[in-house]
Design a protein around this ligand. Structure first.
Ligand SMILES: Cc1cc2nc3c(=O)[nH]c(=O)nc-3n(C[C@H](O)[C@H](O)[C@H](O)COP(=O)(O)OP(=O)(O)OC[C@H]3O[C@@H](n4cnc5c(N)ncnc54)[C@H](O)[C@@H]3O)c2cc1C
Length: 292
C-alpha cells in the first residue's frame, strides 16, 4: 500500500516551499513534487523581497530547496499528470508514480508560455521579461512592447502604460483585440526575430522592418487558471480557483496558493499564502489526532 503523506505539495516555488516549511516544522510528513524551478528560474534579479538584498531567482530557489530538505521534507523531481480522489484523501499521479496525501497543495504558479521567436531565450533578463509588475520599473520612460493578444497581455500592458514612454502590443500575426486603451499602440505584423548584442535593441518583423524597443514583456496564453485544479473539480470564478481564507478549496484537503490564485504575482504574496496552508494543515491534523 502507498504511504499516505500528511501534505503533498505540487511545486517548489515560494508558495510550495513556504507551505512545506510550516508543515514540516509542525511535525507533518511532507512530500514536494516539482518538474522545474517555475517562475523563479526566469527571474534574473530580485530586489524587492525582504532580507535577501539583490538575489537571482535561481539562488533563492536553491536556498528554498536546501531549507526544506534540511527540515526532513522529501523533494522529488517529477511532473504531475493528474489529481484524483483516494480513500480519505488525494491521489497524485506523476510521470514516475502515484502518491497519496491526506492534504494536497497545488502551488503550480501560472503558465508563462513563450512563443518560439529567435533571440527571445537569449535575451531573457536582458530586455526580455515575463512579468510587468516585477520588471516594469526598470523600463521607466522607455519604449516597450508586450507580446500577446489576450486578456493577460492587456493586463500586462496596463501595468506598463503609466511607467513606460510608449507601450506597443505585438500580436505576432494574430488579430488585434477590440477596445484597446487609448494610449496603447498595437501591431499585428508577424515577428521574425529579436535583435540585440548584449541587450534587446529591436524587434524585426517578417517584412524586414524594425521596431526599436528597450523591453519586451511576454504575455502569451493565460495567467491563472490551472488544469489540475479544474480537473479536480475546484470551482473557477473570474478565471481564478475558489479558495477560503486558509487557501483551501471547497474540496476538503485540497489547497491552492501562490501565483495560481491570482492577485499580486509576487514572492511575498506566494510565501504568505503557502505559510497559511502549512499552518492550517498542522492545526487540522493535530485536532483530528486529538479526537482519536
Ligand atoms: C522574469 C520574472 C521576474 C520576477 N521578478 C520578481 C521579483 O523581482 N520580485 C517578486 O516578488 N516576484 C518576481 N517574480 C514573480 C515570482 O517569481 C512569482 O510570483 C513566484 O515565483 C510565484 O510563486 P509560486 O510558488 O506561486 O509559483 P512558481 O514559483 O512559478 O512555482 C511553480 C512550481 O510548480 C511546479 N509545477 C507546475 N506545474 C507542475 C506539474 N504539472 N508537475 C510538477 N510541478 C509543477 C513548477 O515546476 C514550479 O516548481 C518574477 C517572475 C518572473 C517570471
Amino acid at each position: 500500500m502507498n504511504k499516505k503523506w500528511d501534505l503533498l505539495v505540487v511545486g517548489k516555488g515560494p508558495a510550495g516551499v513556504s507551505a512545506a516549511i510550516y508543515a514540516a516544522r509542525g511535525g507533518l510528513e511532507v512530500l514536494v513534487i516539482a518538474k522545474d524551478g517555475g517562475a523563479l528560474e526566469k527571474a534574473a534579479h530580485i530586489e524587492n523581497y525582504y532580507g535577501t538584498g539583490l538575489i537571482s531567482g535561481k539562488e533563492l530557489l536553491k536556498k528554498g530547496e536546501e531549507q526544506i530538505v534540511s527540515l526532513g521534507v522529501e523533494l522529488r523531481n517529477e511532473e504531475v499528470l493528474s489529481l484524483g480522489f483516494a480513500p480519505d484523501g488525494w491521489l497524485v499521479t506523476t510521470d514516475k508514480g502515484e502518491y497519496e496525501g491526506k492534504n494536497v497543495l497545488l502551488a503550480t504558479g501560472v503558465q508563462r508560455s513563450a512563443p518560439k521567436i529567435p533571440g527571445l531565450k537569449e535575451l531573457e533578463g536582458h530586455g526580455v521579461s515575463y512579468c510587468a509588475v516585477c520588471d516594469g520599473f526598470f523600463f521607466r520612460n522607455k519604449g516597450v512592447a508586450v507580446i500577446g493578444g489576450g486578456e493577460y497581455a492587456l493586463h500586462e500592458a496596463s501595468v506598463l502604460l503609466p511607467l513606460a514612454s510608449s507601450v506597443t502590443l505585438l500580436t505576432n500575426g494574430q488579430p488585434i483585440p477590440q477596445n484597446l486603451p487609448e494610449n496603447l499602440k498595437a501591431d499585428d505584423r508577424p515577428i521574425q526575430k529579436l535583435v540585440g548584442e548584449t541587450r534587446l535593441e529591436q524587434v524585426e518583423f517578417a517584412s524586414g522592418e524594425p521596431l526599436s524597443v528597450a523591453g519586451i514583456f511576454v504575455a502569451v496564453g493565460t495567467a491563472g487558471g490551472n488544469d489540475l485544479a479544474r480537473k479536480a473539480g475546484v470551482p473557477i470564478q473570474n478565471n481564478l480557483p475558489m479558495v477560503d481564507e486558509n487557501q483551501m478549496s471547497p474540496m476538503p484537503g485540497l489547497y491552492l496558493a501562490g501565483d495560481l490564485c491570482g492577485g499580486m504575482l509576487q514572492i511575498a504574496k506566494a510565501v504568505y499564502e503557502g505559510a497559511k496552508v502549512g499552518s492550517h494543515c498542522v492545526k487540522q491534523i493535530k485536532s483530528e489526532a486529538a479526537k482519536g
